[in-house]
Design a protein around this ligand. Structure first.
Ligand code: M6R
Length: 609
């Protein structure tokens, strides 16, 4: 995610915020910028690329100011260019704004402002937000009041920071959904999007609550709610070392990223659903294209391939659209038969996976429509696809993919719902399905509370010689991903297949000590899955079942039962089972003392064929 820094105090603020941005570099970014009030105006220095590019500008003309704000941007709306880099001015260049998160109604606001004669230099939602706050910054209105009024016109997630040339003695910040931390010093105060940026300067921090506004001066910090009521300032003392702080206090990035999933689920939908629970993906292809497509090929590797398999369930079940899922490496050398009316979807976290990129180029050479489902903006796959939907999951640092998977499946689900909406599919109630998708984030929170149970199970079974991952339908697809997590970080051999395939061979591997994890979330196949569990137990294997809370049948068959919240869409129940599986893999690996974030033999981005 993007990084935010801000400082007011006796030091050179420009140098402090630059240093703070450096401490946030591990989060990934593609442009950076600084704003500081000086001589009755606001100076903005910003540049696409790494911080070294920004440093070159600062070296050319060294800057000094007692107050500064800074931002490192990971592109979401608009590519990683100098113009799109933050900070952004309002219309009259009186205030400068930096922002993390996504403003969902920015297109509507942009149109409204354009009609009033505003012009924009960037493609960002942030510049629109700056103009909205600027509109509220009328004569006699204090900056904090303008920010309070402005953010109430915004819908979406934000951590927003504003400085003004008219009030150069304060920084005003607002928070809703995206994190923002205040650092309380002596004769100086600061803020950042993440704790590590603050630790060299202070260890007294305030984690800003949702829907609050903070005003920082050199000597004071005030927090108010959206009605202007003063809230208590309750700093906490942080004694983590800096490396632990980068991981948000988690022992590994993988665990941090697992825990980010509720937020990631929200982010993946941000700006894509309207008040009536209708899907808004208009920029993807024009509507008539979706009625022409006769076949879908989903092409990806590893975890992204597993997400593609989930897509196939939906495209075929919900849309009756024939869908094939290919490993990129097989597709490109397989001389695929491609219908001219087909759509090829490329799923990739990094957007740089060599085989997926080569498969994309093959499709383009055959003039097939291409759509990317990609996390990294500006990546090769995102640039070369005809259209791309970004998963908006934020940078994923751990080699083992977790939050990217849930975001990829969410985006494919959203796409399926969008196509159903455009095609007016009979029998598909898009708004009901979307409501279930929206509710998934809270259910993911509940799944994370299973961690204690997963730690106990990990401890009990960490020495298993082999672990099966089984299920039917969508549960069988999630089983593949659960198995990949366990093998890649805990180095435990796994056997994954649809549960019905067991007796055609793999069952021969079951013996005492072997564990079988079953996802069983589909009421239609529940009885069959229970029979498969019995087959494992009859041969001495141990059965762990992941079921929905309303399932009173499976618990009688399994040795261990994990309960997840129930969604009315079976498919989404299957998706949620990945969270306990990720936690299980993580804690088995941790208890075995494995190198979790960088497992042996693997790389985050596979750019060789
Ligand atoms: O960046 P991509 O999504 O294209 O990467 C594809 C695979 O290399 C990746 O999903 C890999 O399987 C995971 N990191 C494993 O957890």
């Amino acid at each position: 995610m993007c990084g935010i820094a801000g400082y007011i105090g006796p030091r050179n603020g420009v140098e402090v915020v630059y240093d703070q941005l450096k401490r946030l570099e591990y989060r990934g970014y593609d442009s950076a910028g600084i704003a500081y009030p000086q001589n009755d105006r606001i100076e903005i220095v910003k540049r696409a690329g790494k911080l070294t590019e920004l440093q070159k500008l600062l070296d050319e003309a060294p800057r000094d100011s007692r107050i500064a704000i800074a931002h490192s941007r990971w592109a979401t709306h608009g590519g990683p260019t100098n113009e799109n880099a933050h900070p952004h001015f309002d219309r009259l260049e009186r205030i400068a704004v930096i922002h993390n998160g996504i403003i969902e109604n920015y297109l509507d606001l942009r149109e409204e402002l354009l009609a009033k004669g505003h012009t924009f230099k960037s493609q960002t939602d942030t510049e629109v937000a700056a103009h909205v706050i600027g509109e509220e910054y009328t004569e006699g209105t204090p900056l904090e009041e303008a920010v309070r009024k402005g953010v109430q016109r915004l819908r979406g997630a934000y951590a927003m920071v504003v400085v003004s040339k008219l009030e150069p003695d304060k920084i005003v910040a607002a928070r809703n959904a995206s994190p923002l931390i205040l650092g309380i010093g002596i004769d100086e105060n600061m803020l950042a999007s993440d704790i590590p940026a603050l630790l060299p300067y202070t260890r007294e921090v305030v984690i800003l609550e949702e829907d609050t506004i903070a005003t920082l001066t050199r000597q004071s910090v005030h927090i108010t709610d959206l009605d202007g009521r003063e809230l208590p300032l309750e700093p906490i003392h942080i004694d983590w070392d800096i490396a632990a702080a980068e991981r948000g206090g988690y022992e590994h990035f993988m665990l941090k990223e697992i825990h980010e999933q509720p937020q990631v689920l929200r982010q993946a939908l941000a700006g894509r659903i309207d008040e009536k629970n209708r899907v808004r993906l208009e920029q993807v292809f024009s509507e008539h294209v979706w009625t022409e497509i006769d076949r879908v090929n989903i092409i990806a590797c590893g975890t992204a391939y597993h997400a593609g398999l989930m897509g196939k369930h939906l495209f075929e079940k919900l849309l009756r659209l024939p869908t094939d899922v290919y490993f990129s490496s097989e597709f490109r050398y397989g001389d695929p038969v491609l219908s001219p009316k087909s759509l090829a979807i490329f799923v990739s976290q990094s957007g740089e996976t060599a085989d997926t990129l080569a498969a994309l180029r093959l499709c383009k050479s055959r003039r097939i429509r291409t759509l990317g489902v990609v996390n990294v903006i500006g990546s090769s796959i995102a640039r070369e696809c005809d259209r791309t939907i970004f998963t908006q999951a934020g940078p994923e640092i751990s080699v083992a993919s977790t939050k990217a998977y849930t975001a990829q499946v969410t985006v494919l689900t959203l796409l399926a719902m969008y196509i159903a909406q455009v095609q007016e599919m009979p029998g598909v109630r898009v708004s009901d399905a979307v409501a279930e998708l929206v509710a998934l984030s809270e259910k993911a929170e509940v799944c994370l509370k299973l961690e204690e149970q997963m730690i106990k199970l990990a401890d009990k079974y960490k020495s298993m010689p082999l672990c099966f991952f089984l299920g039917r339908g969508a549960d069988a697809s999630v089983a593949l991903e659960g198995a990949l997590k366990l093998k890649e970080i805990a180095y435990i051999p796994t056997q994954e297949s649809p549960a019905g395939e067991m007796k055609h061979g793999p069952l021969a591997l079951v013996q005492p000590g072997v564990v079988a994890i079953f996802g069983s979330t589909d009421s239609e196949t529940r009885d069959k899955v229970v029979s498969n569990m019995k087959e494992v137990q009859a041969r001495g294997g141990t059965v762990i079942a992941i079921v929905t809370e309303d399932d009173a049948v499976t618990e009688r068959a399994a040795d261990e039962v994990i309960r997840i919240p129930h969604s009315k869409m079976d498919f989404l129940n299957a998706l949620l089972t990945i969270i306990p599986m990720q936690l299980f893999a993580y804690h088995v690996a941790r208890l075995k003392g494995c190198e979790i974030d960088q497992p042996r033999n693997l790389a985050k981005s596979v750019t060789v064929e």
